[in-house]
Design a protein around this ligand. Structure first.
Ligand code: NDP
Length: 444
């Protein structure tokens, strides 16, 4: 059996009931076959694949807190410190009822390669809890965040592990967590990113994942002789990534006709009104039905279906495994030319294969949504220097990073005789840097 298959079998055996983690490992290791085959004896001797698929440390802890009725609630929480070969662990904190150890491990594993692709010195990690901030009062969210940090603070720091936001963790949650960290340690340091602008946050961090997604998509299209301006774009999700992806797409001359949330989706024939969307989602924290009610050109549809509309470019920006084979078939039938993942692993493996087999340009999340973590690393730099860059400075650096990521990925795909296969290119380029650092640092 090949080294890649042996390690994948071991991962499945040793991590039962973690299908998302298996899926992420299968996808990455599958792409690495040609790299491993060139140097199989060396990688096998150094157990590089066993080590890169096994977290350096996994923290599991309980989070007790008191709700507004005086009832004690308890949640499960996780921090997976996956790989620190090229820098301190870095990755977001997800607060969502679906969170479990397998999901955090899948996200942490992906983060290793994504962070490597940014070219910045950040290792891979991820954390979260099955706490659901939806429908909770600000006081309840604060109680949870303070209790969460009361345990987590022992294991993180500006030079060890720097968490950030993710699904369910926005500026409010980061603020409460940062306040508690500062109170417990007495340190005013860049231990979390995504902070508010008045206490160490970076301009353009909020916009970075969505904007970065469009910078990379635009470069990918350009290198394939296609203009983004004038194209019709379908976006899924209506959260942080989706809103700023839609905004940048429209600034670059495309027309975004959809957004979605966990209950339904909106088709707006006039193009999504970003100001209205931000008002509904960021200010009122309301459902998309309110967007549709305020906009005559918009139709609201219950349930799934956002990728059934006719579009040139699809940007899945909600959550994992949301773009299924049936969606991929609809996109191809409707003439879609490119899919770029704003969310982490939103496209199932069968859907990815179908899209690529049918000539759709496909930018995987670990390259396409790396703008968020890259700008988090720029926030860390500003905190260390005690400096603050302007929005335009950060945005210009973000654009350079995303264009650089695309070419790094494109070059790796070409070098291994898979031109245009950006999935393989991203996995290979991300892996080579981390593996080289691991080998240089010996058996640790
Ligand atoms: P948000 O919480 O701001 O938004 C998530 C959006 O996705 C919401 O519209 C939500 O709808 C929808 N959604 C969540 N779960 C589901 C589900 N099971 N089915 C359908 N829709 C769902 O998160 P972000 O925008 O920050 O993150 C979105 C994705 O991007 C995630 O995969 C995240 O890991 C990834 N990502 C985020 C980065 C960032 O900087 N924020 C960086 C890189 C990747 P509802 O409101 O109804 O729950």
């Amino acid at each position: 059996m090949s080294y890649v298959d042996e390690v994948y079998e071991r991962v499945v055996r040793e991590n039962p009931s973690q299908p998302e983690f298996h899926q992420a490992v299968r996808e990455v290791l599958g792409s690495l076959r040609p790299v491993i085959e060139r140097n199989e004896a060396k990688y096998r001797r150094d157990a590089i694949l066993e080590r890169i698929t096994m977290p350096e440390r996994q923290l599991l802890f309980r989070v007790p807190w008191v709700d507004d009725q005086g009832q004690v609630q308890v949640n499960n929480a996780f921090r997976v410190q996956f790989n620190s070969a090229i820098g301190p662990y870095k990755g977001g904190i997800r607060l969502h009822p679906s969170v479990n150890l397998g999901i955090i491990k899948f996200l942490g594993f992906e983060q290793i390669f994504k962070n490597s692709l940014t070219g910045l010195p950040i290792g891979g990690g991820k954390g979260g809890s099955d706490f659901d901030p939806k429908g909770k009062s600000d006081r309840e969210v604060m109680a949870f965040c303070q209790s969460f940090m009361t345990e987590l603070f022992k294991y993180i720091g500006a030079d060890t592990d720097v968490p950030a936001g993710d699904i369910g963790t926005g500026a409010r949650e980061i603020g409460y967590m940062y306040g508690q960290y500062k109170r417990l340690t007495g340190l005013y340091e860049g231990v979390l990113t995504g902070k508010g602008l008045t206490y160490g946050g970076s301009l353009a961090r909020k916009e970075a994942t969505g904007y970065g997604l469009l910078y990379l998509t635009q470069e990918m299209l350009k290198c394939n002789g296609i203009e983004l301006a004038g194209k019709t774009v379908a976006v899924s999700g209506a959260g942080n990534v989706a809103i700023y992806a839609a905004q940048k797409a429209q600034q670059l001359g495309a027309k975004v006709v959809t957004v979605s949330d966990s209950t339904g989706w909106v088709y707006d024939s006039e193009g999504i009104d970003i100001d209205l969307l931000r008002e509904v989602k960021e200010v009122r924290r309301a459902r998309l039905t309110e967007y549709a009610a305020a906009r005559p050109s918009a139709q609201y549809h219950e349930g799934r279906g956002v990728f059934t509309v006719k579009c040139d470019v699809a940007l899945p920006c909600a959550t994992q495994n949301e773009l299924l084979l049936e969606d991929a078939k609809a996109l191809v039938a409707n003439g879609c030319i490119a899919v770029a993942e704003g969310a982490n692993m939103p496209t199932t493996q069968e859907a990815t294969e179908y899209l690529m087999a049918n000539g759709v340009l496909f930018a995987p999340g670990k390259a396409a949504n790396a703008g968020g973590v890259a700008t988090s690393a720029l926030e860390m730099s500003q905190n260390s220097m005690r400096l603050h860059w302007s929005f335009d400075e950060v945005d210009a650096k973000l654009k350079d990073i995303m264009v650089g990521i695309f070419h790094n990925v494109d070059d790796a795909a070409k070098e291994y005789d898979m031109p245009g296969n950006y999935v393989a290119g991203a996995n290979i380029a991300g892996f080579l840097k981390v593996a080289t650092a691991m080998e240089a640092q010996g058996v640790v």
